[in-house]
Design a protein around this ligand. Sequence first.
Ligand SMILES: Nc1ncnc2c1ncn2[C@@H]1O[C@H](COP(=O)(O)OP(=O)(O)OP(=O)(O)O)[C@@H](O)[C@H]1O
Ligand SMILES: [Mg+2]
Length: 501
Amino acid sequence: MSVTPSESGRPVGLRFEGFGWRPAGSRRAALSEVDLSVDAGQRVLVTGPSGAGKSTLLRAAAGLLGTDIEGDMSGRVLVDGAAPGTHPIGLLLQNPTDAIVAESVGRDVAFGPENLGVPREEIWRRVSEALELVGFPYDHHTPTRTLSGGETQRMALAGALALRPGLLLLDEPTAMLDPDSAGVVRRAVAAVVAATGATLVVAEHRLEPWLDRVDRVLVLDADGRLICDDTPVGAVTRNWLALERAGLWLPGLPPPRPVPVSADLARPSQLVSGDVMCAEALQLRLRTRSLRGAREQLALAGVDATLTSGRIHAFIGRSGAGKSTLVAALAGLIAPTSGAVRAHPGMAAGLGEHPHRWRSRDLAARLGWVPQNAEHSFVSRRLVDEVRATSDRLGREVDVPAVLETVGLGRLATADPYRLSGGEQRRLALVAALVHRPLVALLDEPTVGQDRHTWAAVVGWMTALTTAGCAVGVATHDEDLLNSVVAESTVLVAGRGGDRR
Ligand SMILES: Nc1ncnc2c1ncn2[C@@H]1O[C@H](COP(=O)(O)OP(=O)(O)OP(=O)(O)O)[C@@H](O)[C@H]1O
Ligand SMILES: [Mg+2]
């Protein structure tokens, strides 16, 4: 790697003085009385349960609070002794699709350096280098809107690295990635930080993968207070009990038991037993247009899979292998190029066997789909309305407060779904897709971004679905999920990666 400190932004320190933040319209503070000083060049892991304020802390350091996001701030935050915004900061948001600015991958990664006035040739050298570092598999001209969740995450990280910032703020940079790709990304971050001396603040739920790569571990509790500020070894020895109680994924702890969720909340309003749906030699080619003309990509090649009532079937495979495409095709949202998705006649009930030909209301009545980007499914401005939206449309009853409690969202009942934390949004999307009691549940990475308590709630819902006789298909790279409740799995290997020119 050819990054040298002389080409980079100077490492800068970070300071929070009595810092607090209460989002506009919220009774609760997201962060309270945070006092904290990070030296230039230090590498810091920020962790804590879902909703603890990790992303809020990163946004504060990036200078987004009070400008892009409204609320009441107390105390102050300083980057290199000044208000944030004076120094180039490499920020990777928790939801990287929010940060896409260009049509092609190359232009997206080049955007930051272009704004800094970096010379053109140097920009493209940095773009190539950053994409290579994060293990990005395609060329510069690839249209950004065709990327998988994990590919988008790596592109966004490349964009942050190409800035050569003195401060890197990374919000769950490997959340969407399979274990191998996550390892590539962690090594890339460590290499860049080692070469440039940049200050690193990374928010993550899992401690273990980062313990060897950071100098310091900060832990926020559910009330947004700093409850631990220690070395990596100190954090997992001196603070073990407090961190376990907070629901953190500590090294060596077995996955938690699913929280019991009443099967009555999930019982399908129409029951079919046995094989409910199948994909037969399913192939999907996606056509995309860009400035360089149309191109066709193979998103999925010849996949067979069967969903059976009362069982969880997992779709696994590397980032970009086609997991989300398969889940969306089973949900009737994409028509196959060849092969077929077929529904059991008892499920179709006279509609014909191909779900992609059904009307959206008929699809919704039978299938629940949770997309990888949870907030893409939101249609309401309050959690209570979001949970009942589909049920109201279908005329089905739902006990909204009870449902919100099952996933720890009871206190946020009147909050705006778009303002929730990443893990909260995903839990909301899960229950909102299931409370009208469909026969088939299709879940795209449902456990991403959860602490141990909220993971147990999500897996509790999955268990309730199987008890109630629902057929479940799940795209995942969560080993704990695979080892605990999944009955069988299909490994996707082909994907479009093999078909790229
Ligand atoms: N603009 C906002 N309006 C209302 N509530 C907000 C807003 N921003 C954050 N919150 C709330 O503040 C709390 C902290 O959110 P934050 O996104 O910082 O959590 P997090 O630790 O990053 O969680 P996760 O692990 O789920 O990503 C959450 O309960 C969230 O719902
Ligand atoms: Mg977050």
